[in-house]
Design a protein around this ligand. Structure first.
Ligand code: 5GP
Length: 220
């Protein structure tokens, strides 16, 4: 199967990062595209695992050098998907999971039309706000900005291929896994299909030859 990109987007607090983490823990066929960002590292985050935390100048230099597949600004900070991440994971035969916001997803859609894009919806505004404030890592002004942006981002849902409502994490992960499994069975992704079917046809033809060519009429 030709590996592909699985884009997960949701407003901040929608739960896409948790879904991505659960999936990656459960499945060997997936790899996570570690993004680059200029934002501050939060406590509990590791450089090279959660993000590549880059100084702004380095981010801009790498952007000018064409190192990114897509970039976007979020809360005044820069975020981008590194081509090298995608290449590394594709070379290892992995389907690549991207946790990115909607403007980045649009750029991916244009450049890689066979990417699969899923929008993760929170079940209610109360849950979204609860998840954002529960995180307790951001200042109130940052939270306010993220919530305003969430209201705006929700409008982008119709641009995506699939929507998953994240009411129950277990169910949401199972739904994303089901989408992945169906997508990996698309005929267009089966590089080896031609050879497999050709061999199958040859075998069927060989088997056919074992049968008598003429219909012998049943004896009275
Ligand atoms: P956070 O700062 O909360 O980790 O991420 C803020 C937003 O940036 C989230 O919606 C996240 O999905 C998005 N994001 C993270 N990495 C990238 C990236 O490489 N490209 C784009 N376009 N968005 C990203």
């Amino acid at each position: 199967m030709r590996p592909f990109l699985l884009v997960l987007s949701s407003p901040s607090g929608g739960g896409k990062t948790t879904i991505a983490r659960q999936l990656l823990m459960a499945r060997e066929d997936l790899g996570y595209s570690v993004s680059a960002t200029t934002r501050e590292r939060r406590s509990g985050e590791t450089d090279g695992v959660d993000y590549y935390f880059l100084p702004r100048e380095e981010f801009l230099r790498r952007e000018a050098a064409g190192d990114f597949l897509e970039t976007a600004t979020y809360g005044g900070e820069l975020y981008g998907t590194l081509r090298s991440e995608i290449e590394r994971l594709f070379a290892a035969g992995k389907t690549v999971v991207l946790d990115i916001e909607i403007k980045g997803a649009r750029q991916i859609r244009r450049q890689m039309p066979d990417a699969v894009e899923i929008f993760v919806l929170p079940p209610s505004a109360a849950v979204l706000v609860g998840r954002l404030t529960g995180r307790a890592t951001e200042a109130p002004a940052v939270l306010r900005e993220r919530m305003a942006r969430a209201a705006d981002e929700l409008k982008a849902v119709t641009e995506y291929d699939y929507v998953v409502v994240n009411e129950d994490l277990f169910a949401a992960v199972a739904q994303v896994a089901a989408i992945l499994d169906a997508e990996s069975r698309r005929v267009s992704r089966q590089e080896e299909l031609g050879a497999v079917v050709e061999q199958l046809r040859r075998d069927v033809i060989e088997e056919t030859a074992r049968f008598p060519a003429h219909h012998s009429a049943p004896k009275p």
